[in-house]
Write a protein that binds this ligand. Structure first.
Ligand SMILES: [Zn+2]
Length: 250
């Protein structure tokens, strides 16, 4: 069985080299990765990884809400350049974070710029949302045709809204700590489900860097709460992940 890690920050690992991370993951069946940049400061490293490991690493470029204040006004032009240079790249990680910053602006305005680029360049959007559910009200119709709420740990109601609007929901190990994990997992149609590690973040065990080879563990946890067989869940999520990676080519 093969897996795709749809959200990882390969550029942020401290304890291991990328070649080690990728070969350990491949031994566990995790064959491809979407490597997400979070600010103009790391887009160059994400691009180099996508060049070096071109057959397995798909890049994504975005300005994460945590790094808005440390970025200059040039970010949008630089992002457009990266998207032109990498025609298969996705857009993200971007989004809204009410835990880090209780003010919706300038986060909302910046997310809207990412949405505009997603429409212009016909790319999927990888969205970070923490304590920001109400800020998405009124935005559902603006979102591009292909978008993902990554490392989802929000409410059932929020999940239903995402599904209704045509989005994917991606689970990381954070779903294991969700108080309504079983119900939430069952709510998502199989065609809308993705898996990710968000490595090196969101570890299953506190204090460790999340290794990409742990993805099958997460997949097994999610599958254990689904009515389908494990093989059916894994195959469907693999198919969804490929659709996401190949979206820009359609
Ligand atoms: Zn992330």
């Amino acid at each position: 069985m093969e897996f795709i890690d749809t959200h990882i920050h390969l550029q942020d690992y401290k304890a291991r080299y990328t070649t080690e991370i990728i070969s350990a993951a491949q031994s566990a069946g995790v064959c491809r990765f979407i490597c997400c940049g979070t600010s103009p400061q790391d887009w160059g490293r994400v691009a180099s990884l996508a060049d070096e490991f071109a057959s397995v690493v798909t890049p994504a470029f975005g300005l994460h809400p945590w790094y808005i204040s440390s970025s200059t006004g040039e970010w949008e032009a630089e992002l457009a350049q990266m998207l032109s240079a990498y025609p298969h790249a996705l857009i993200g990680e971007c989004g809204l974070d009410g835990a880090k910053n209780p003010s919706p602006e300038p986060q909302l305005g910046i997310l809207r710029r990412h949405i505009a680029l997603a429409h212009t360049f016909h790319r999927p959007l990888l969205i970070h949302s923490v304590k920001a559910q109400s800020w998405f009200e009124g935005m559902w119709k603006e979102l591009p045709p292909c978008f993902v709420f990554h490392s989802f740990s929000g409410s059932l109601e929020f999940a239903r809204q995402i599904i209704k609007s045509g989005g994917y929901i991606s689970f990381s190990f954070s779903i294991m700590r969700h108080p309504h994990a079983a119900e939430l997992i069952k709510t998502i149609p199989l065609s809308r489900l993705l898996f990710e590690t968000d490595g090196p973040y969101q570890p299953p065990h506190k204090g460790e860097e999340t290794a990409a080879e742990t993805l099958p563990e997460l997949a097994a946890f999610v599958a254990s709460h689904r009515p389908e067989t494990r093989a059916e869940v894994f195959a469907a999520v693999y198919h969804n992940s490929l659709e996401l990676i190949n979206y820009a080519h359609k």
